[in-house]
Ligand binder design. Sequence first.
Ligand SMILES: Cc1cc2nc3c(=O)[nH]c(=O)nc-3n(C[C@H](O)[C@H](O)[C@H](O)COP(=O)(O)OP(=O)(O)OC[C@H]3O[C@@H](n4cnc5c(N)ncnc54)[C@H](O)[C@@H]3O)c2cc1C
Length: 368
Amino acid sequence: MNDIIVIGGGLAGLVSAIALRKAGYQVIVIEKKTYPFHRVCGEYISNEVKPYLVKNNLFPDHLAPTQINQFWLTANSGNKAVIPLRMGAFGISRYALDLHLYQQAKAIGVEFHLKETVSEVIYNNQGFDITTLGGKELQAKFVIGAFGKRSVIDKKLNRNFIQRKSPYIGVKYHIKTEFPNDVIALHNFSEGYCGLSKIEGDRYNLCYLSHQKNLRTQENISEMEENILWQNPHLKSIFQNSDFLFDRPEVINEISFEKKHPIENHILMAGDAAGLITPLCGNGMAMAIHAGKILSDILINNDLKNRELIENTYLFAWEKMFRNRLWTGKKIQHLFGSPTLSNFAVSLAKYTRPIASFMIEKTHGKPF
Ligand SMILES: Cc1cc2nc3c(=O)[nH]c(=O)nc-3n(C[C@H](O)[C@H](O)[C@H](O)COP(=O)(O)OP(=O)(O)OC[C@H]3O[C@@H](n4cnc5c(N)ncnc54)[C@H](O)[C@@H]3O)c2cc1C
């Protein structure tokens, strides 16, 4: 019987694994891919996580992440608002950040099972039996579900959100372009929005979320970009004047923002597995790191004893910390579907900056 098995080695999984291992527990991470790898993500991380990463020697100083402190919001029409970011953020690729955290975790003795997909998690009164697609069978007292937005485990658990099809796709590129280092831009287009910000080296992240109907009405992704995204003159200029560094974009579909429960069948969910915030907030990575911290603190404080107390404490802390952010993010996303509404949102941000700053703060947490 292992102490803790973490399913999924993204930010939530790696951060909780590191904290628990440092506290002396035996921790296994099961990850279906192998590091390093690209993920669909805007790669803009709110500075609220910086003190925690620095304090725990996890901040990737050696990669010199870009500091971002200005936000540009544009509408399909080209209308643009510029908003200073009080807390700010840093930009770094998931390729580099996840690899860095994986190496840190390995160095302190976290055991990794890579290229293994967990297919089943069964709770018995003592703990959990875990099976992987490759036929491995493992046992643990506690299981952390850090398997991201959507996984085979969600289907096995029959979670509510998985019953409904979700209409969103995400597309990511790394590009070289002319753009300020300290700006995150969010460019709206019909039924979607696209972020641009600098990551490490001389690269920029270009990542968008689109309703699937945009793709359905076009032959393929590049036609969709030309015919729909390029209606925003800022996006047209970026696509026409940049070097695209991937052979093909990273693409994911079925992105769901439906409500999830942070504990299912005694599995403690962290990060996107507990709830995905709309990407326009730029807060999913910070929430994943924060959830990993909160959860590992609770497990450590209770020395892995008293499951009921651990579950109740985590549930309460999770709801208090994240539920409102998720709700606000969903409401703001409604403003960004139609060209008229997004133009209104940009004008609002332009002429009433305190409202824009207030909305940004509502989707972010405090530094921890
Ligand atoms: C289009 C888009 C843009 C975004 N932009 C930003 C942004 O700019 N800033 C920001 O803060 N957030 C952003 N986000 C959100 C952010 O990417 C996520 O919130 C964050 O990655 C969540 O981390 P996580 O650890 O929960 O999950 P992940 O990082 O997704 O990690 C989950 C891991 O679990 C593994 N896994 C899944 N199932 C299994 C299984 N059965 N067995 C074993 N392993 C498994 C996966 O391979 C993966 O490595 C964006 C999201 C989208 C969709």
